[in-house]
Design a protein around this ligand. Structure first.
Ligand code: UDP
Ligand code: MG
Length: 316
């Protein structure tokens, strides 16, 4: 099979007929063999019934229905597991991504030999309150991930070589940073393709302003996992050890000062009257806590990665 199109969707019933017929038209025109994997992420608007209905006249549709809303990452993940095409293309359901981009994305993988090609909506029609934070996020992600050639990590329209999707795990809210996850897995030929940005035709966005807070937390985890993922001890352990030994050095200093004063029969004060005593105490306690945190993190990093525990209620 040439192409699997993976579409995560949550309450997108109005878009589905147009989306699936448009994808099929592009596939037929280009004589691709294909499947359209629609992952219903717990919709409440009748999207699933629509998928069942559309499949009756379009046998290339496959559908998965989640028991509840687990998020876009989980939906993508199940699509990745199921995808049989040599090239896997992800696309939002809301018609903001154009199926007309499929052939060019396909060729970037098959002819230009990219592992992953990410769409870039170079011309956007969003308000400045969305475009400015998005630009900042992308700049931060570029510098933290070392993937310097991408402008829009979060674009829903992306193409992958099949082996890539079989070897990455999209968890939590990390769908925003799939190119980074792919790079961690060793897929380094990551490219970009300018794609059209269309206005949402039906329904409304599923991600409100909280996307910026979530995105920021994800960015932090990108940074920590990327830098210290395999060796959390190197971060926490080093800080803990530093703090611990700073406390010990202060303690030794205080004790030797006291011993010196006693030996020379000079007046001395009790250690608990010395503010340094409390600093040393905090440094030693904090140091051992940080060290333990690093140790626990090391155990977690070595255990099996936590999987999304999503349940598929139905699939067709
Ligand atoms: N989506 C999903 N699960 C969710 C939220 C969104 O599968 O919990 C889907 C949604 O239906 C759409 C895609 O993810 O197909 C992108 O969402 P949306 O268009 O709301 O995001 P925006 O374009 O505003 O960034
Ligand atoms: Mg959208």
């Amino acid at each position: 099979m040439d192409i699997s199109v993976v579409v995560p969707l949550y309450d997108e019933v109005e878009s589905l007929p147009e989306l699936t017929s448009w994808i099929s038209r592009v596939m037929d025109e280009n004589r691709y063999s294909y499947e359209i994997i629609l992952v219903d992420d717990g919709s409440k608007d009748g999207s699933w019934d629509m998928i069942v209905k559309l499949k009756q006249s379009n046998p290339f549709i496959k559908g998965f229905k989640f028991r509840r809303n687990y998020g876009k990452s989980a939906a993508l993940n199940i699509g990745f597991e199921a995808a049989q095409g040599n090239v896997v293309i992800t696309m939002d359901a809301d018609l903001q991504d154009s199926p007309d981009e499929i052939p060019v994305l396909y060729r970037r993988i098959t002819e230009d030999k990219y592992d992953l090609v990410s769409g870039w909506k170079a011309k956007r029609y969003d308000p400045i309150t969305k475009t400015v934070p998005t630009k900042l996020f992308n700049a931060a992600t570029r510098s933290m991930s070392g993937i310097h050639n991408l402008h829009d990590f979060n674009c829903g329209l992306k193409a992958y070589r099949n082996t890539v999707v079989k070897n990455i795990e999209v968890y939590g809210e990390m769908h925003r940073y799939i190119p980074v996850i792919a790079k961690w897995a060793g897929f380094t030929k990551i490219g970009e393709q300018v794609v059209e940005h269309r206005a949402r035709k039906y329904g409304k966005t599923k991600f409100g302003w909280t996307r910026f807070i979530n995105g920021f937390l994800d960015l932090l985890s990108i940074f920590f996992v990327g830098k210290f993922g395999k060796r959390p001890m190197h971060f926490f352990g080093a800080m803990g050890t530093l703090s611990f030994f700073a406390g010990i050095v202060i303690t030794i200093w205080m004790l030797s000062e006291k011993l010196y004063l006693i030996a020379h029969k000079l007046p001395y004060r009790d250690v608990t009257d010395n503010p340094l005593f409390y600093i040393a105490l905090v440094a030693i306690l904090l140091g051992s806590q940080l060290f333990l945190t690093g140790f626990v993190a090391e155990l977690v990093a070595r255990s099996a990665p936590e999987r999304n525990r999503y349940q598929i209620e139905e699939n067709i």
